[in-house]
Design a protein around this ligand. Sequence first.
Ligand SMILES: C[S@@+](CC[C@H](N)C(=O)[O-])C[C@H]1O[C@@H](n2cnc3c(N)ncnc32)[C@H](O)[C@@H]1O
Length: 208
Amino acid sequence: MSGLREHWEKIYREKPTDQLGWWETEPEASLRLIGRCSLPKDAHILDMGCGASVLIDRLLELGFVRITAVDISATALQVLKKRLSIPRNARVEFVRDDITQPETVLHLPPVDLWHDRAVLHFLVEETDRQVYRTVLRRLVKRGGYVCLATFSLEGARKCSGLPVQRYNHRTLADFLGQDFQLMEWFPYTYHQPSGSLRPYIYALFRRV
Ligand SMILES: C[S@@+](CC[C@H](N)C(=O)[O-])C[C@H]1O[C@@H](n2cnc3c(N)ncnc32)[C@H](O)[C@@H]1O
């Protein structure tokens, strides 16, 4: 097991999910941007680095029926799988993979929406960022959407003991490239369970 994977497995093994420094009871900023996409209910939505977030619970409640949950941590995916109540007409695929050393994700069908909250910012090596972008560009359909949430330029320099790369809407746009049109962005202050504040940026792009 890679050191990175072990790092995340240990976190999810040792802490209740609602005490994690990124836990949200309602992923309202993500849902706000996903709402802007006006996707049909059978759109394929991929949550990269989903962890045990309730975003997928909410997407299922909204009637979405085709979701792929990707995370480096099998423990996080188990927590999520155990909690989710998946309607009969919906399918959630659970994929354990490392976006910097992708295997299974490379073979996924095209996606209408790629969502990532707080994963991209952990990629501080240019080679890892390039691999992430290559996979994203391979999977996101033309006309599809990308919703990214990362620490903003005013944000913390580390998260869960790891260094992070901070972004604003321009650097996120530069990262994705010209064929991803920035549709909307906003700063968002996340309140950690401990009470500390973490400034994020949320941005929505559409592939042209
Ligand atoms: C800060 S948490 C955010 C979790 C979730 N997106 C949320 O908003 O609650 C980062 C997540 O990314 C996962 N992760 C970290 N590095 C990853 C990688 N290289 N590939 C896939 N997932 C990764 C971690 O296991 C963790 O669940």
